[in-house]
Design a protein. Structure first.
Length: 478
């Protein structure tokens, strides 16, 4: 009956997809606003080109007149018509040109941009984005120099020198001077490598300003490199009075006893960080085909790898077909409210009963084939997540009111089916165990354990996670 109700609800709601998460809606709105801003800037550039076209036309006409005068100046000036034209032109036209040059270009576009400014992300939004970036670079050990060295169109882990400069400013304002120095140094060293570096000065980040902030950070850390950084800044902006005053103050301070440099604290990655960075020592995986558990596997054996021996964990490769993955995604996207749920951290989910469709029944039987003699839960739970902090999968279920009646002590196994590839990050690991599994569409991770189990999902950098979970219970004796 529950499965029938579920199917009917899906049919009734077939025109309405699962709502996007709040973060997705915010970013979709930001992208829409960015497209509108870009079009407005194109319109402004068109107005500029129109004005430049008028000026170039006038220059061509005036140049031809001057060339005619250069051929025979006396003859040209002796002609009263030429004299009149020249005097009239100089008396009247240049005043008009002054007015034309003072006229604002594209006032409609300027007004439109001004009207859209309140819709732009605020400083708090930028601070949160910077904190997320800092957390991810710290967790995964990404050095800024690696990120800025990537090719923008070929890598999803790319930051421009301008991005690095503003990241350094945020760290500087937070008084995290060691991190700020890394970002400023990378911005300064890679400034000219960007094909768009001419724009940076227009956007308030000249190369001289980058070196200036680097010098200020060196000063905060009592580093002697402060003088070289200021020297680089003054070479690029030698008439900047404020910059010269700063250098003079630094030189006066240098006359007193030097202070000890503030060294960067030495940090050691946690075991979880090391595993998520794929730096664990891998065990020799045993690869084989399972053809022993069921009659089905005799005809169609599944390839698996022994990921861990204690607790016993195996990874079945390509256990779920692409057509089946598409079927599950559709069921998730059109999930009725009665079986849809949310978890901490913005995780969205949908419980799909085995009886929902022949495909789900077939997948339930396949999980049984892969696991052996177990009583399986009657529902698959599909979860979508994109956390930038590590989290425990079981903990999400335990803290969700929807699963308050679930006895986790009776669970003796877990089947996790990956429904998509995760581009960067998002691996599944177990603290203090040499295990690292990167989500790959169609693979199934089978874990055998007693009760609560620490499936830990590493922070996501690029992409979202989409998995289907089935709990396994011990087979009861009749």
């Amino acid at each position: 009956m529950a499965a029938l109700l579920y199917t009917l609800l899906l049919l009734l709601l077939s025109g309405c997809c699962l709502e996007a998460t709040p973060d997705e809606k915010v970013f979709q709105g930001m992208l829409s606003l960015e497209r509108e801003l870009l079009q407005n800037l194109r319109d402004y550039a068109l107005k500029l080109r129109e004005k430049i076209s008028v000026i170039n036309g006038a220059l061509r006409e005036y140049h031809e007149e001057i060339e005619e005068a250069n051929e025979d100046p006396e003859l040209y000036v002796s002609n009263p018509l030429n004299a009149f034209r020249l005097i009239r032109h100089m008396h009247q036209d240049w005043i008009s040109w002054q007015v034309y040059m003072e006229q604002q270009v594209g006032p409609e576009q300027v007004a439109k941009l001004e009207g859209m400014l309140p819709q732009l992300p605020q400083h708090q939004d930028f601070q949160e984005a910077a904190q997320t970036l800092h957390s991810l670079t710290e967790f995964y050990g990404y050095d800024p120099s690696i990120l800025v060295a990537q090719k923008e169109l070929d890598s999803q882990l790319y930051l421009s020198p301008l991005d690095c400069y503003h990241m350094g400013l945020e760290m500087y304002q937070q008084e995290n001077y060691h991190e700020a120095l890394k970002w400023f140094t990378v911005a300064a060293e890679n400034f000219t490598s960007s094909p768009y570096n001419d724009l940076y000065s227009v956007l308030g980040a000249s190369r001289s300003q980058v070196y200036r902030m680097q010098a200020r950070t060196y000063q905060k850390l009592n580093r002697e490199e402060v003088y070289n950084a200021y020297q680089n800044a003054i070479i690029l902006d030698e008439f900047n009075v404020q910059l010269l005053q700063e250098i003079g103050t630094i030189e006066l301070l240098s006359l007193r006893d030097p202070m000890e440099p503030i060294l960067e604290p030495v940090t050691t990655p946690s075991p979880l960080q090391q595993q998520c960075r794929e730096s664990v020592v891998e065990l020799s995986a045993i690869c084989a085909h399972n053809a022993m558990v069921s009659a089905f596997l005799l005809l169609a054996p599944l390839r698996y790898e022994e990921v861990l021996l204690s607790p016993y964990i195996v990874l079945y490769r390509d256990a779920v077909y692409e057509s089946e993955v598409t079927h599950i995604r559709n069921a998730f996207n059109y999930c009725p409210p009665e079986v849809k749920f949310s978890m901490d951290g913005g995780v969205s989910g949908c419980s799909i009963p085995d009886e929902y469709s022949p495909v789900m029944q077939r997948l339930q039987e396949r999980v049984l084939d892969m696991t052996g003699s177990f009583n399986l839960a009657h529902n698959f739970h599909v979860l979508e997540y994109a956390q930038t902090e590590p989290f425990r999968l079981f903990q999400l279920f335990k803290e969700s009111p929807r699963f308050s009646g679930l006895n986790f002590n009776e669970i003796e196994g877990t089947a996790i089916v990956f429904l998509n590839d995760v581009e960067v990050g998002g691996a599944i690991t177990i603290p203090h165990h040499p295990m690292f599994v990167q989500p790959r569409q169609g693979d199934a991770l089978i874990s055998f354990h007693d009760g609560d189990f620490e499936h830990t999902i590493c922070p996501h950098v690029v992409g979202t996670g989409l998995v289907m979970v089935k709990f396994l219970y011990a087979e009861t004796e009749e």
